[in-house]
Design a protein around this ligand. Sequence first.
Ligand SMILES: C[S@@+](CC[C@H](N)C(=O)[O-])C[C@H]1O[C@@H](n2cnc3c(N)ncnc32)[C@H](O)[C@@H]1O
Length: 184
Amino acid sequence: MTTKTARSRNQLVVLRLGHRIQRDVRVTTHVCLTARALGADGIIISDVHDRRITDTINRVTKQFGGSFTIETGKPWRHSVTEWKKAGGRVVHLTAYGIPLPEIIERIRASHENKLVVVGAEKVPGEMFHLADWNVSVTNQPISEVSALGIFLDWMFNHRGLQEEFPNAALRIVPTEHGKRVVRP
Ligand SMILES: C[S@@+](CC[C@H](N)C(=O)[O-])C[C@H]1O[C@@H](n2cnc3c(N)ncnc32)[C@H](O)[C@@H]1O
């Protein structure tokens, strides 16, 4: 097992575009949970504030550990341009992009912080030009949750599957049958 804080690497933050408060609450929550569990450092939910999601994710982080950040309401274009101005690189997950297996080595080899963008409904055309890499996880339409999960798994060479989160109040102990949760 590797501990999240013991692993030295650049920052990776997810940017969720187009969240619609009523309609997308469940999917956006799952985007956040996937980002946190598979090694991202935080998430920005662009353009709207959603207190329910922020509270849910902060509660999960408090219980299961780590230091995942969640920010809401910042205009998406501002997040992307600020990120690039600070020297970071931008990965946009889209069915129209270059296949993940063809491009992942180049993304892994770059040492800058990464902003990984996932959409909800229609992503503005400008995003395709602002991105350093438009990356497809298959060239079929899939869910942003699965696209993000697969991307992070490849990005971190499966390390996210065995990572320990520091300062957890609860820890799930893998068992062959049933459920076991301990307070470390
Ligand atoms: C449900 S899709 C809707 C996309 C929308 N129809 C469009 O054309 O922009 C929501 C998000 O999932 C992600 N996504 C869907 N299929 C993908 C794929 N094959 N590879 C990478 N990302 C994908 C993209 O980030 C996309 O913005």
